[in-house]
Design a protein around this ligand. Structure first.
Ligand code: AMP
Ligand code: MG
Length: 359
């Protein structure tokens, strides 16, 4: 792809400079592609009604055309102009937005096929980030934006990583430091009240907000990979993956020392600071995700840890499994995708994975 000159701007996350925001919004209005921070991760966005601009997002990311985009709005009113959202849900959505949750509903506006993959439905979200909200308002159009990562790579959760990925490719990159949650939004299909992708807005919180228990499928937990016709196309693709093979350790922590003893290939352990400090004492390389007591912190550090794994030039990574409740469900979903669902709990299991990878 031909390299272009990217306008990179630093914008305060809580008090966005209106001049810079309107400069970035101009790029959107003129059919450009802008990388911007949200509460979840960075997004790579364009005017949701501009087919050519949205197609450029696909080209820049190398994203399969059948994987639709999330449309970002600045208000519930704007969302209800774009999608048929049942009145009984609108009241509740008004209470919880802006937040890291995306709703799928029948499309009301006529979106280009690149945005909806011709599904007839649209994914809509109001991000809880001052910069994102100011940008959408200033652009005067909804912004279609998938996560800011080349397809299959771990998503950018910082301005710096966005610049590494998209300098020379996007028209503009807004650097506002770290996004708040560090993993992509929860996606719920309002037609069936099913969680298609777990995220920072947990099933427990959804139930509380709507007084309805959402369905959570195996695809959402990351243990099944959807093939062929699927409700949420993104769920069938490998995602968030490092170049370095990564395996999830689902066994007992005190067994890990025996399991890895005698392994010749260089590896690193990715996990809680608790596991990492014990592993370091045993002489292993580690990447800490922060304390187990702060599970939101673990989520926030996840993608940068996976990106770091590649820079260590080890042969493989071992990543700690987390409890699948609350945001832990989203963490495990991303880990299963990043590791192609390869896990072990015994020495025999690890040796089998290593021989499969010829390590
Ligand atoms: P990303 O923003 O990169 O995390 O990708 C957007 C996610 O939203 C992907 O998993 C898509 O499959 C999903 N998505 C977007 N639009 C729809 C839709 N109309 N129906 C179902 N899933 C959708
Ligand atoms: Mg994505």
């Amino acid at each position: 792809m031909r390299e272009i000159e990217t306008s990179i701007m630093r914008v305060d996350a809580t008090k966005p400079d209106t001049g810079r925001i309107s400069e970035a919004a101009n790029f959107i209005r003129r059919g450009g592609v802008v990388v911007f921070p949200t509460d979840t991760v960075y997004g790579i966005g364009a005017n949701a009604f501009d087919d050519a601009a949205c197609r450029r997002i696909f080209e820049i990311k190398g994203r399969p055309a059948d994987n639709p985009l999330i449309v970002h709005v600045h208000s519930v009113e704007q969302a209800s102009e774009l999608a048929h959202i049942d009145g009984k849900y609108l009241k509740k959505i008004r209470r919880i937005w802006p937040s890291p949750i995306t709703f799928i509903a029948k499309a009301k506006a006529k979106f280009p096929a690149s945005v909806t993959a011709g599904l007839g439905t649209v994914a809509i979200r109001m991000p809880a980030h001052p910069v994102a909200l100011a940008l959408i308002k200033s652009a005067g159009v909804p912004i279609a934006a998938p996560s800011a990562n080349p397809s299959q790579k771990p998503t950018a959760t910082t301005g710096l990583q966005s610049i590494r990925y998209f300098d020379g490719k996007a028209d503009c990159i807004i650097d506002s430091g770290s996004s708040f949650f560090g993993i992509e939004s929860t996606i719920i299909d309002l037609r069936t009240f099913t969680v298609l992708r777990p995220g920072p807005f947990t099933p427990e919180e959804i139930e509380k907000a709507f007084s309805i228990k959402p369905r959570v499928g195996r695809v959402a937990s990351g243990t099944a990979s959807a093939r062929g016709a699927v409700i949420s196309p993104g769920t069938k693709y490998r995602h968030y993956a490092p170049e370095t093979p990564m395996f999830i350790f689902e066994g007992e922590e005190r067994q890990l020392k025996n399991i890895v003893e005698g392994i010749n290939a260089a590896f690193a352990i990715i996990g809680s600071s608790e596991l990492c400090s014990r592993s370091e004492r045993l002489g292993y390389s580690t990447i800490s995700l922060g304390s187990r007591k702060d599970i939101y912190g673990i989520a926030k550090n996840l993608y940068s840890a996976i990106i770091l794994l590649d820079s260590l030039k080890v042969k493989f990574g071992i990543v700690e499994a987390f409890d699948e409740s609350g945001i832990g469900l989203a963490i495990m979903n991303r880990l299963r995708k990043a590791s192609s669902n390869k896990s072990f709990s015994t020495k025999k299991g690890l040796l089998k994975l290593l021989s499969e990878q010829s390590l």
